[in-house]
Design a protein around this ligand. Structure first.
Ligand SMILES: [Zn+2]
Length: 156
């Protein structure tokens, strides 16, 4: 789905980092800081992410590329995996910070985010201070998750 289509959704907002609510700004700052830890020797596309768990804790991640490409870990994945490892199972929002562009997660990360929380807010931010806010259900309509398999992952 093109950004123009996503922009028509009621959850979509566009603006500047300084316009964010304090908790959103903190999440974007955590993603910005996380980007400094990226290891993208092949694409040189630096990405930082930060996910806010319902517990109030923020977990950061950065992309770490593999010479074989497939084992590459995306920033959003690393942030969510760190949170899951620490016992988190419910999430409020995820911020993704990039150099240029809207900072929207790729298709793989949309799936990962959707499975972590199908109503999660997603904030894309870049070095120009531009932001977009949307919902994962708008980035991944009709997404597939554990619910479709009748599984409650909170038990695990
Ligand atoms: Zn990704």
């Amino acid at each position: 789905m093109a950004l123009e289509e996503i922009a028509k959704k009621p959850s979509f907002k566009k603006g500047k980092i300084e316009d964010l609510e304090p908790w959103q700004k903190e999440l974007v700052e955590a993603a910005k800081e996380a980007r400094k830890h990226a290891v993208p020797p092949y694409s040189e596309y630096y990405v930082g992410a930060a996910v806010l768990a319902e517990s109030g804790k923020i977990y950061q991640g950065a992309n770490y590329e593999s010479a074989l490409y497939t084992p590459t870990v995306h920033a959003e994945m690393m942030a969510i995996d760190k949170a899951i490892f620490e016992g988190e199972r419910e999430f409020k929002a995820l911020a993704c910070y990039v150099g240029e562009g809207p900072g929207v997660p790729c298709g793989l990360c949309r799936q990962k985010i959707y499975e972590a929380g199908d109503s999660m807010e997603v904030i894309g931010a870049n070095e120009k201070g531009e932001i977009i806010i949307t919902k994962i259900e708008d980035l991944l309509p009709f997404g597939f998750s554990a619910k479709h398999l009748g599984v409650d992952i909170s038990k695990y």
